[in-house]
Design a protein around this ligand. Structure first.
Ligand code: IPE
Ligand code: IPE
Ligand code: MG
Length: 234
């Protein structure tokens, strides 16, 4: 990771795209791309933990829209998750990583929900980087859930402000996204963290997610450090 003086983002969010294309390019089934993408996540998470400059990293693993993919691909992705969450959580816990989950329980198996909740609970008091897994996540769904919760709590309209909404999102307690990275040459947000990216810097790269690595992350961080953020001011 580049040396200081260097402005690091507090919170990075990554849309990990291009697993399927990576596999297709190699004549492999798409699921092999997801497998390779999974290895990339592990390495990037490890790198983030080792360097310790960034406090929050959020990974988009599965969107509420991804259910519309062929059943076999969806099953394959969830099998990968099911087989790994427990072990990953144990390893991350040893490294003082805190795990959070952004998303909805609906449509997930009870076992997976339990494994994720266990991982969150196991690591809740850790003080290192917070890794959030956006799994079965949709940005509009998140805002809708927040509104429902606010209404259910009988909060009066005059008492609803931006902080109220922040506090009811899946990301409650987390800082806004400073840097959003999307791989695989797609220039869109795909329903990811709509509220939280209000003033994020965007970094797009043609690199397919399985090919993304520590150097590519450094490049994104370098680019971020060159940006002049104004937040509407001069
Ligand atoms: C991202 O890779 C992973 C998920 C959305 C689950 P894709 O599977 O979208 O890969 P492409 O975009 O088809 O190449
Ligand atoms: C976004 O990628 C979702 C994840 C990376 C999990 P998609 O591949 O689903 O996005 P679109 O369909 O190209 O917008
Ligand atoms: Mg895609």
């Amino acid at each position: 990771m580049a040396k200081e003086p260097y402005e690091f983002p507090k919170h990075i969010a990554i849309i990990m795209d291009g697993n399927g294309r990576w596999a297709t390019k190699r004549g492999l089934p798409r699921l092999e791309g997801h497998r390779a993408g999974f290895r990339t996540v592990r390495d990037i998470v490890r790198y983030l933990g080792e360097t310790g400059h960034i406090k929050y990293a959020t990974f988009y693993a599965f969107s509420t829209e991804n259910w519309q993919r062929p059943q076999a691909e969806v099953n394959g992705i969830f099998q990968l998750l099911n087989n790994s969450i427990k072990n990953e959580a144990m390893e991350l816990n040893k490294n003082n990583v805190r795990i959070r989950w952004l998303g909805q329980t609906s449509s997930l198996s009870n076992k997976l929900i339990r494994d994720i909740r266990d991982a969150v609970e196991l690591t809740a008091n850790n003080t290192g980087i917070t890794i959030s897994l956006a799994l079965n996540y949709g940005g509009r769904q998140e805002i809708t859930d927040a509104v429902r919760q606010i209404v259910a709590e009988n909060i009066t309209p005059e008492d609803v402000n931006e902080e109220t909404i922040n506090d009811h999102l899946y990301t409650a307690g987390m800082p806004d996204v400073d840097l959003l990275i999307r791989t695989a040459d797609e220039l869109r947000i795909s329903n990811f963290l709509l509220w939280q990216v209000a003033y994020a810097e965007f970094y797009f790269t043609p690199v397919l997610w399985p090919d993304f690595n520590r150097d590519e992350l450094d490049k994104a961080l370098q680019a971020f450090s060159m940006r002049q953020r104004r937040f509407g001011r001069l």
